[in-house]
Ligand binder design. Structure first.
Ligand code: FAD
Ligand code: MLT
Ligand code: ZN
Length: 449
């Protein structure tokens, strides 16, 4: 029996996609920079079906690549040529929210937006949020340990996960979905799978910690002279406002591109070098506290505040439209890095020149999550110089004691620069874990290691 027939037996004919036209959307990443030709796409709907798919691939010694919403930005979600691509899109169960423990169990293929809708209806919220919410899946978010816009308050995706069910590379199933907040019984399988980028197992279900649904919200878009001023404002707001939830940084060139591509009006009468977007959230209205705190920040050159949902959304659009606007301008080389906060201003000043040194005509657009020193370095017009640009930027970041991957993961894009952020001993330890759990290297080959 062919592998395709075995897969069809496991998931049903309709969910094994062999035609090139049906496979196409799974074979290119969101940025259009990474591609691969899968042997077929298979769409299991339960953990048992995932296990059957993995067992079929193991029996034929065929590589298996994993994909959730395909919004990842490091090339980890596209297949290697000839692999079976397993899509988690049909793992869409949403169990009832447990209000006492403030937890919920969901399928890995549930999108962040569906999860938000589900838990908000029960009076809760998800601690992680970002612009890909309509498409990215909870499984993908855990596999990449996604960060986003609320890390300042709630941490990254790993901090939201209390339990996991996963199919390992030999087709066996590990399931720990009890959700005990205290459970120190040996190695932490949940933590291990968070951030493993699909190299250790297929995550099929998750037990998630929820946060309170905070209806009182206020957003401020703030104009400042430079990154140092933005960092100073964030430090002051963080000290004064327990309700502070987000602090996002962008610059005049990014705003101009967003306005051009999204057709938006200017937020202020004057153009300013840098912009900070902050959001406060609590049970009551935080607007007065936010305004009072802003008044004490001398570095602010202009500011506009919105408390109503439409006004808040309008201000967030200036920030959240960066990724799509950059994509609309061309295929970007995207590098997501972090530097220690005291070095953020120096890194921002140095990065454009560093890129220009290896790609003279490239256009560098920076933005990011300021409190974590997390910068998104987007380079347009440099796809052919991707290696040189990556090398220059990541080497600079390492010289500041930074990370070559703050929140997007390593994927295929940054594998060769791992040693800038991890010691030989740490990489050897990762390799040992990979070899122990996937000795034949069938899961996501070429990703991470
Ligand atoms: P995919 O892209 O499908 O896969 C990502 C990786 O996870 C791949 O290596 C894949 O093999 C693996 N994987 C997926 N599902 C599973 C599974 N069930 N089991 C095991 N491995 C799996 N990221 C941030 O961290 N912060 C942001 O603020 C942010 N903003 C974004 C905004 C936009 C507009 C876009 C397009 C992307 C953004 N991202 C952000 C990146 C991306 O959305 C996240 O990395 C997200 O977590 C990926 O989820 P996904 O379901 O699309 O995963
Ligand atoms: C963001 O914060 O918007 C993202 O991580 C996406 C990007 O880097 O483009
Ligand atoms: Zn980000």
């Amino acid at each position: 029996m062919t592998l395709e027939l075995r897969l069809a037996e496991a998931v049903g004919d309709d969910h094994v996609l062999v035609d090139a036209s049906l496979r196409a959307s799974y074979e290119t990443d969101w940025t259009r920079r990474f591609r691969g030709a899968a042997r077929c796409v298979v769409r299991p709907a339960t953990t048992a079906e995932v296990a059957a798919v993995v067992q079929a691939c193991v029996a034929e010694d065929v590589a298996l690549c994993l994909q959730g919403g395909n919004t990842g930005l490091v090339g980890g979600s596209v297949p290697v040529d000839g692999a079976v691509l397993l899509s988690t899109a049909r793992l869409r169960d949403l169990d009832a929210v447990d209000p006492l423990s403030a937890q919920v169990t969901v399928g890995a293929g549930v999108t962040l937006a569906s999860l938000q809708k589900h838990v908000r209806a029960a009076g809760f919220d998800v601690g992680v949020d970002f612009a890909a919410r309509e498409s990215c899946t909870v499984g993908g978010m855990v596999a990449t340990n996604a960060g986003g816009e609320r890390v300042l308050r709630y941490g990254t995706m790993r901090a939201q996960v209390l339990g996991v069910e996963a199919v390992l590379a030999d087709g066996s199933v590990v399931s720990r979905l009890g959700g005990l907040p205290k459970d120190n019984t040996g190695y932490d399988v949940v933590s291990l799978l968070a951030g493993s980028e699909g190299t250790l197992g297929v995550i099929t279900r998750l037990r998630l910690r929820l946060v309170p649904l905070l209806a009182g919200r206020a957003v401020a878009l703030i104009a400042v002279d430079d990154t140092a001023a933005a960092v100073d404002v964030v430090r002051r707001l963080r000290d004064r406002l327990p309700s502070l939830e987000a602090a996002e940084l962008f610059f005049a060139d990014g705003l101009a591109l967003v306005r051009e591509k999204a057709g938006l009006a200017a937020p202020f009468a004057d153009v300013h070098p840098a912009y900070l977007l902050v959001e406060c959230a609590q049970h009551g209205d935080p607007t007065d506290e936010l305004l009072a705190a802003l008044e004490e920040c001398e570095a602010i050159r202009d500011a506009t505040v919105a408390s109503d949902p439409r006004g808040r959304h309008a201000l967030w659009t200036y920030r959240e439209s960066h990724t799509e606007s950059i994509n609309a301008a061309g295929v970007p080389v995207k590098l997501d890095v972090a530097v220690p906060l005291p070095s953020l201003a120096a890194a921002v000043a140095e990065l454009p020149g560093t890129v220009a040194g290896v790609a003279a005509t490239a256009r560098t657009i920076l933005f990011g999550h300021v409190n974590e020193g997390n910068l998104h370095v987007n380079v347009l017009g440099a796809v052919d110089d991707g290696e040189a640009v990556s090398d220059a930027v990541l080497t600079l970041v390492a010289s500041y004691g930074g990370s070559i991957s703050a929140e997007h993961g390593v994927g295929r894009a940054k594998r060769e620069w791992m040693s800038l952020s991890r010691s030989p001993e740490e990489i050897a330890m990762m390799r040992s874990i990979k070899d122990a759990l996937d000795p034949r290297g069938l899961l996501n080959p070429g990703v991470l290691l």
